[in-house]
Design a protein around this ligand. Structure first.
Ligand code: 5GP
Ligand code: ZN
Length: 118
């Protein structure tokens, strides 16, 4: 079973922020910002490319509720999902990073060599 499925089952502890029947939000173990949360579906879905529109439609208000709860809604936050190998996804269970609590920098990616056609 994947590490996030184990968190859903309570087999691995996590610092939970919000939970409902379908989703769980908890603090990232290795924060990259003052506030760094992960939102996951309880169902094992590997990555964004595999998720249904229906699931995403339900996840949207959940994420918005988390942002309100953590008082990120007014000043803003960044929402990221790393999808698959080239996206840098390390845990193979769909998750959205919510990053906030400071004015985040926006880096160019070192390996960004735009294709000629773009
Ligand atoms: P990815 O690189 O797949 O987009 O992000 C995986 C994230 O999961 C990383 O930010 C990493 O710190 C976090 N993470 C990995 N294992 C655990 C864990 O056991 N508990 C928590 N809370 N976060 C984890
Ligand atoms: Zn899983």
């Amino acid at each position: 079973m994947c590490i996030f499925c184990q968190i859903v089952k309570g087999e691995i502890p996590s610092n939970k922020v919000l939970e409902d029947d379908d989703f769980l939000c908890f603090h990232d173990i290795n924060p990259a910002a003052p506030v760094h949360l992960l939102v996951i579906p309880k169902e094992h879905i590997e990555k964004f490319q595999d998720v249904s529109g229906e699931m995403m439609a339900k996840m949207t208000p959940f994420i918005q509720k988390v942002a309100q709860l953590m008082e990120l809604d007014e000043n803003g936050y960044r929402l990221i999902t790393n999808n698959g190998r080239d996206g840098g996804q390390e845990v193979g269970h769909l998750h959205f990073h919510i990053l906030g609590g400071t004015r985040l920098a926006w880096h160019r990616f070192d390996d960004a060599h735009p294709k000629e056609s773009l």
